[in-house]
Write a protein that binds this ligand. Sequence first.
Ligand code: F6R
Length: 617
Amino acid sequence: MCGIVGYVGAQQAAPILVEGLTRLEHRGYDSAGVAVLAGSGSTTAIKVAKRAGRVRDLAEALPKRFAGRVGVGHTRWATHGPANDVNAHPHTDAPAHHARVAVVHNGIIDNAAALRHRLTEAGVELASDTDTEVLAHLVARSSADTLEGKVSEALAAIEGTYGIAVVHTDFPDRIVAARNGSPLIIGVGEREMFVASDLAAIVRHTTTVAHLDDGEIASLTATGFTTYRQDLTSTAKTATVLDVDPASYDAGEHESFMRKEMLEQPAAAERVLRGRLDERFGTAHLGGLNMEPREIRAIRRVKILGCGSAYYVGQMGAGLVEELARIPADAEAASEFRYRNPIIEPDTLYVAVSQSGETIDTLLAVQEIRRKGGRVIGLVNVVGSAIARECDGGIYLHAGPEVAVASTKALTNMFLGFALLALQLGRVRDLSIADGRRLIAGLSRLPGQIEEVLAQEDALAALAGRLAEAESLFFVGRVRGYPVAREGAQKFKEISYRHAEAYQTSELKHGPLALICEAVPTVAIVPDDELADRNVAALHEIAARRGPLVVVTHDGVVLGDLDASGGVERVVVPRNERELDPILLTVPLQLLAYHAARRLGHDIDKPRNLAKSVTVE
Ligand code: F6R
């Protein structure tokens, strides 16, 4: 999704903006641009450079003379109008040398068509196809005498979602930013200030930040910032220092962020468990849940909401809650939830799960539940993000920054977050202390066992090379294994661009078996559980149709004559408690996807058409 970075201070803005935009590349984009306020006093002018393509193309094309100490930059993900130089942001109210206003915008202005029509009727010549350009004109035409006032007036005319940053030649000491639905943070430096849609853009300069809330406007000068409501009454927001290591935003010696983040999983898993396991009572301590035992006992249902991989891990989480706490639980795609006018029950615990904490569909689902009086907790990685702030309580995932579009370590920590939640709910209800302790021991073994799976990388890479040759694949599993298959297929398709479809193994013969042949491999999830025999029977049906098989399983699962037939590859993961199987079965699928994509020569951290956080509906 689009990215924003802005700078006001004593340094030259352009290099800081371009570097910031490079750090936002992982969000996904198709064009990039920067604008600076050049000159001073009454001679202040706006300089703009923007173009379709990569940030490095923009950097190469920057004019030699592009000086200015205040500026805004943007990476655009096309919504209104194709990806070309004209539609790239920043947008101005006039051709660059006459422009007074430059705007960068994330989000979508829903009434853009009507506003464009109104402006055209009033004699304005619009240069681009975008919704954003109207904002530049609305700010320029406002009669308010401060930039904050002009922005506030312009925003009053628009409907939709936005994170914006605006500069104006009449107010050359400042940037005005505003948020409604698209994340924005303010970074505080030494006599310099930043604004960005993602901490990654500014973390090398500062970790002292303030998150803007929806409906807030911020005014930044080199010496400080002020926040307002849209009617310009003060919200007096202050900044806090985040506990993040800027180096964790660098890939370091790793060839990609995805590989780095996969390898970080054992350490990330330790972090999410640390201090939360209570051996004595065989339970978990989740201080952030804000729920009394009495309230936990009153829960009749658990409903988990997330998107994409977070939804699939939510399905794993629902399994954990049902098994450990014996509370009916299910997961649903947050993107669908609010459109079916859901019934919000007072005795249902709603759980929103999100790495970024900014996924708009998940955020809107949370708001819908809260509006109807439901209780929502969040499993969120990014501290202070919109979903985290919107929920009644929650569990931070402590996975550390996840930069690659394909989510790995955050997903693992989501699973562990669900295991902790299920354990705590279970121990307040019917889970015995012995079972609680058994699970605690299992959870404590997991980081080391994830390490063991990662150590199989070479063998998995060889296998992935063979899978990459297939145009189309199946991933199958049952019950605990089905969300694993869904997540495996998701990871495979998003970075290898191969068609990977997940199915319940039990459903194969009700349709998809028709597609099985030599050219269509199946990755089958077969843990050593109560369904192993049935799973193996289904594998025979695949083998009988000459379908190549990769079986992700435990040592000791008997595949019978399949092993002897030669067409079957085994990936063996360590045993843990059965309830915790899904995560160890998931990790090899990450490596399969990664190495298939690598074999196919794809840009692993920036898969085509995808963005790290999806902040438009
Ligand atoms: C897949 C992936 C996406 C995200 C989804 C939700 O690897 O990363 O499917 O899981 O967009 O994102 P968050 O967790 O940020 O809400």
